[in-house]
Design a binder for this molecule. Sequence first.
Ligand code: GLN
Length: 377
Amino acid sequence: MTVPAILALEDGSLFRGIAIGATGETVGEVVFNTAMTGYQEILTDPSYAKQIVTLTYPHIGNTGVNPEDEESDRVWAAGLVIRDLTLTVSSWRAEQSLPDYLKARNIVAIADIDTRRLTRILRDKGAQNGCILAGDDVDEEKALATARGFPGLKGMDLAREVSVGETYAWSEGTWDRPTGHRPGADPRFHVVAYDYGCKRNILRMLADRGCKLTVVPAQTPASDVLAMNPDGVFLANGPGDPEPCDYAIAAIREILGTGLPVFGICLGHQLLGLASGARTMKMKNGHHGANHPVKNLEDGTVMITSQNHGFAVDADTLPDNVKVTHVSLFDGTLQGIHRTDVPAFGFQGHPEASPGPHDCAPLFDHFIELMEAHGAR
Ligand SMILES: NC(=O)CC[C@H](N)C(=O)O
């Protein structure tokens, strides 16, 4: 027995399909992600809070779900939109199938819709607010009104909502441990990581490189972080608009003033830009995928990167002490910055991948080099 579901966009577009997760209602900004793998990592990435994710890859569910692929302790995406759900994999135990995973976590999701048509609308008009209703009595007018009632992500501070409540220690590494360091054994650096919505693979990749991590809530004052005597400070990815996160911008500015090495990823990179005096802006489409080419302006090389952002640092607002290190070859937007006066840098993409290619892993090594140089002084 299939259960009906509808997706309504604020522009009035309607899509009729079937429910593959929980029944009920969800609302958020609808974005499309072009990655061909990694739906579980995408769903559990806290950066997707209040976003409904459309996967452009048409056939989803083939690989089931498993505990190793969780990027946080829950699903953060507000909903899921797919073309075609794999229903034929009979070998999955119930807890390993995508629909059961979504139902157990109360995530509303829709399948059997024309995701190409949806993606074209999002590409032409930019990210749209939308609503999925799933159940036997779905009401189109209600879905449309709910979509139009969503205020949009601009101006929304979500980092403080998704962040951890308590400080905790992290020492687990990745499964393949490319650097040969045994995570947790004889750490060389103490890194304090601001959790604005941190993905676990970032922490693992730092642990691989000899970092002992203390993960702190988004609103932790700089003085508390400095009292932990870190060798470097990491600024995590996270959801929402960076601009209203005034507590984070103030803390980062104070930390930058001490000359400690600082590394920011995605939201962390945007906050580093704001703390350095630049502005951020909302993009028309944003970048969500695992195949985005990014050029390193220092050596001319191109990396294929994993991306998930809807805001960006505005390249026209950079102060003199911030240089551009990377740009997107899709749309020319700013992808990386480095401060010229202090050892601080940020990257807009997701060098930890999960999902995605590993081309950007050397960015983690650069943070280690900055901490080595800082300690040697
Ligand atoms: N992955 C992230 O950290 C996303 C950053 C920010 N929320 C954006 O959409 O641009």
